[in-house]
Every structure is written in C-alpha cells, then in structure tokens.
Design a protein. Structure first.
Length: 586
C-alpha cells in the first residue's frame, strides 16, 4: 500500500486533477461511509443500552416488590413488643422475675422466626439477647441510639454488619426501632439481626458476572452488594450521576465507561443500583460489529482498488500529458506523448503528438523564412553601403592623382585594397573587432588624404578586440563624422574618438566635435544626402543592429547642433569560438 501511495504522488494543488479526485473521493465516498458506519455503531449501542436498561428496570421493579413484602414482614415482626402485655413488662421492669419474663418473650419470638438470627433489646443499661449471640454487637449498635430516638418509634433499616467475616454468610441486616409506651417515649430500643441471605435470591436474579449491584436504604447505606467491600458503607450517588428515582445512563466509573441502571421503591425508599461495564452490554452486538468491520474493510479495499485503477487509467496519463504540454510550451519541441494508450486518453496523446509535430514544422518554416528574409535584407543594406563608399574612395584617388602627383598614392591604393578585400569577401559578413578597427584605419588614411581637417583617437581595450561583430558596423559612422560632421572639410581641427570596452556587453562609442544635427530626422523613413549628418548609412546601421541582434542590443544617437555627435553601440559579447559553433562565417 505504501508503494501505491508513493506512486500516486498526490499534489497539494487545488487546481490539479489529483486534488479534485481526492477531494471528491473523500467528500462523497469516505465521509459518507464513515458517517454511515458511525451511525450504525451508535444506533446499535443505543439500542443495546435501551434494551438492557428497560429489561433490567423491569426486573428491578419486580425485585423491589419482593423486597417490599419481605421488609413489611420484618417490620411486622418488630411489633411483637407491643403484644401480650410486653410493654408493661418492659415499663415495670424491676426484679429478676421481670427479667425472666422479658427474656422469655424474646425467646418465644425468635423461636417462631427462623430468618431472625438475633434479637437485641436494650432497656437503659440492661441488654437482653435472644438467638445467636454475636460478640461485640452491643458496641456496634449503640452508635444508632440517637438515630432511633429521633425516629419517633418508626422502624428503620439501619445497616449491614459483618459479624462473621469469613464469607458472605457473616453479613447481618439490622432493623431497629425505638419502643414507646402510652405515657413515655424511648423506654427501650429493639434491634432485629437478620441474615442477609434473604436478599441473595434478588441479588442473583439481577446481577451479572461483571456488574456490581448495590441495594441501598433510604440513607444511601449499602445493605447488600456483589462488592463485599462496600457493604455497610454509604454509596456516593453523585459520582454515579444519579439524580432521579429510576432510569439508566452511561457514566465513567474509575475511568471505565459503564451503564448505570437504578430504581427506587416508593414504599421502602430502598434503591437498587446496577453498574454494568459497557463491554458487558455490548457483548451481544459484537457479532454485528465484526460484520460491520468486515463490510467496511471490504468496501474500503474495493474503493482503494477503484482509486488505483482511476489513478493509473486517467489521473497519471492526464498528468503526464499535462507535464508534456508544459515542457512543450517552454520550448522542448521534441517532446512526445505515449500514443500506445487506448481509449480517449490514447486519442488525446495522438492528437497532442500530431499538434506538436505540426507546430514544430510551422516554427521551422517560419524560422527559415525569417532567416531568408533577414539575410536578404542584410545583403541589400550592405549592398547600399559598399558602392557608396567605393565611389567616394575611387573619386578621392582620382582627384589626388590629378592634383598631387605624389608618392602617397601608393599608400592610398594599399588602403583601398584592404577595404575592397574586406568588402569583396562573399558570405563572410562577420569579423573580429580588431579587423573592423583595421578597416577603419585604412579608411581614415584614404579620407585624410582627401580632407586634412580631422584626427582620430583610438581607445580600445585588448580583450574587446577578440569579440565578433558584423562588418562595416562602425566604419559608416566614422564616415558620417568626416563627411557630414565636419562638412566635407569645412570644420577645422575635427576630432573623432573611438572607444571600445567590455562589461556585460560590448560597448562601442564613436564621438566627434562636428556640427551635430537634429535627431528627429532619424524617425523619418526617407533619407538623402541633403539631410546632412544622418545620411543613408546611419539609418542602415541602426536597422542592421535591430535585425541582426535584436533587443536589448541597440544604437543610441546623441547629437547637439554645433556641439557634436556621439553614437553609442550596445552589442552582445560573442567569442570567435562560440560564433563558429553557431555556424556563422567569420
């Protein structure tokens, strides 16, 4: 089961299919099932409690009726002192003959009553015994003298004494009453000592092997019980939560749940209390519990199997398909779903594979068309640049040859050859920064021969020379500074500064102290020589950077009329080795 749980890999995500299936599974399957099982168990428990309680209460009522008869009989037996002039004998007790008469009356009474073990009559300090003589009983009975004096002669079941503590037969019930004459109260005290065995049949009828039964008098004294240690003691009814005359309820006794059943006689005020462990009353429904348990286990097993099949057949395939969609959306064009599955899941997977293949084909076609378009645009832009430059260079050499029949023509020619060689290399559109600078130096030699009004300063870090850029990316800007910034030689002491350095980008900065221009004309689409500083070359260079490199790489133009111009390049750092890996020609 642990392995299956691990395979299930439920995700804590309220939007996932795992969460929805688990949530609905718990909400509509597990919770209702647990609720039904709980309801059935509580119902059978309540049913067993009611059945046990009602039947036991009926039995208690029947036994109470029996005890009422027995109690009434012994109360009647205590009236013998008022018969046969016995009151007169007790009142006029003086001599030995009077003692003999009183003793005879006691002996006659006990001879007729087999259930009475002993009769004790206390007249002042004189104690008369008849029947079995239990040692020390006088001292035990004296503590009830005050209770009898306040009873007004009413017979009272006082307590149960352990007179022979060998076994249950040693317990004796004590019925007492104060004896009154017509003229005097409390002339004597009478105690009937009765064997507790008269209750044994009732106790046996009502008690079970594990229950504890109590028979208590109107003062909550335990007169008889299956727990011998409680006989003669007071029972705390509050601990048993008994507040009414009869009824039944569950109650914890010594941390154990029990069913407490109780019934009080309206005639005797005796109460029978039966404390039964819950396991005793529920033993009858154990077979039902076992059956419910088996049904529950079987049901949960089938539910688990169903969940596993649902997970294997639907949840996992859909999750896998969802993961593959996420990977495809992130650019993994080679991802494929399992098209061997059957049913709707297999159909979804096959549709996904077909869709991804179609999208990949469209992307490849779009990339090819875009590349072709970019290559065409680049070649067209470069084609616009090179003839323009070559025309100016050749024109310069022509006029230098006409005007100045000097040796520097060789130098100019060599410089032109270098430029033409760079321009004429077909298919090689990129070279190192170092090569671009050499190209610019050759170009400057040619232009200085034509315009002798400017100087060029180079501030190039060695490491930056090893990065790759597109050909003729910087040279046209230098040309614009010479031709347009210095107004074809009209601006004197022209200075061009070329700075190249690296940080996270390849930074190129070309600045001059020329005439400057209004940068708003760069926003227009058409350019001509009459527009001054911008010219066709600058617009083309900006377009080349945008097409070839894309964002965040760019060219920024900063120009103030009459102050000068600064062109700032932000280009990628591309090493020659990395450049070759991408199959560029360098």
């Amino acid at each position: 089961m642990i392995i299956h749980i691990r395979r299930l890999k439920l995700k804590i995500n309220k939007d996932s299919i795992h969460f929805h299936i688990l949530f609905n599974y718990v909400l509509f399957v597990i919770i209702p099932f647990v609720g039904i099982i709980t309801f059935l168990l509580l119902y059978f428990q309540s049913y067993s409690k009611d059945t046990y309680g009602i039947n036991t209460l009926k039995l208690m009522t029947s036994e109470q009726e029996q005890w009422e008869i027995i109690s009434k009989t012994f109360v009647g037996n205590s009236m013998f002192v008022y018969y046969n002039d016995n009151i007169s004998k007790i009142t006029n007790y003086r001599t030995k003959d009077d003692e003999a008469n009183i003793q005879a009356a006691l002996d006659d009474e006990i001879s007729l009553k087999s259930d009475i073990s002993e009769i004790v009559l206390m007249i002042g300090n004189k104690v008369f015994f008849s029947g079995k003589n239990y040692g020390g009983i006088t001292e035990k009975l004296e503590e009830y003298d005050e209770l009898l004096e306040t009873s007004g002669g009413r017979p009272i079941w006082l307590t149960t004494l352990s007179l022979l503590p060998r076994d249950h037969s040693g317990y004796k019930l004590v019925l007492g009453r104060s004896i009154n004459s017509s003229t005097q109260k409390d002339i004597a005290k009478l105690y009937l000592i009765i064997d507790v065995s008269i209750m044994d049949k009732m106790i046996k009828n009502m008690s079970t092997s594990n229950s504890v039964l109590y028979m208590i008098n109107d003062r909550n004294i335990v007169m008889n019980s299956t727990d011998n240690t409680m006989i003669g003691k007071q029972l705390n009814l509050e601990n048993l939560k008994i507040t009414e005359d009869n009824g039944y309820h569950f109650c914890k006794v010594n941390k154990t749940k029990n069913l407490v059943i109780y019934d009080k006689s309206k005639r005797t005020n005796w109460q029978i209390v039966d404390v039964i462990p819950t396991r005793e009353i529920q033993s009858g429904i154990n077979i039902i519990r076992v059956l419910i348990g088996l049904v529950a286990v079987t049901y949960l097993l089938f539910l688990w199997i169903m969940l596993m099949l649902l997970n294997k057949g639907i949840v996992v395939p859909i999750s896998n398909l969802s993961d593959k969609m996420d990977k495809f959306s992130k650019g993994n064009m080679e991802i494929k779903a399992d098209d061997s599955a059957s049913g709707e899941i297999g159909k979804l997977n096959r549709h996904f594979n077909s869709m991804t293949q179609h999208i990949s084909l469209l992307i490849e076609e779009n990339e090819y068309e875009t590349k072709q378009k970019n290559d065409f645009e680049m070649k067209a832009l470069i084609a616009q640049l090179n003839p323009h430059f070559i025309y100016n260079a050749l024109n310069t050499i022509k006029w230098m040859a006409v005007i100045n029949n000097q040796s520097n023509i060789e130098k100019l020619t060599e410089a032109l050859i270098n430029v033409l060689m760079n321009s004429a290399q077909s298919g090689q559109e990129y070279h190192l920064v170092h090569d671009e600078i050499e190209l610019i130096k050759s170009y400057v030699i040619i232009q200085k021969a034509r315009f002798m009004n400017f100087f060029v300063e180079y501030d190039i870090t060695p490491e930056s020379e090893q990065y790759v850029i597109r050909k003729f990316l910087i040279q046209p800007v230098v040309e614009n500074s010479i031709i347009h910034g210095f107004l074809r030689g009209k601006v004197k002491k022209g200075l061009i500064k070329i700075r190249i350095w690296t940080d996270e980008y390849l930074n190129v900065e070309v600045s001059d102290n020329g005439c400057g221009f209004d940068t708003d004309i760069l926003k227009e689409k058409k350019h001509s020589e009459d527009e001054g500083y911008t010219s066709l070359a600058l617009a083309n260079i900006m377009q080349i950077v945008d097409i070839d490199y894309g964002k965040p790489y760019k060219i920024e133009v900063i120009s103030i009329p009459s102050k000068g111009t600064k062109i700032v390049y932000l280009l990628p750092l591309i090493k020659k080795e990395k450049f070759d890996d991408k199959n560029y020609n360098c």
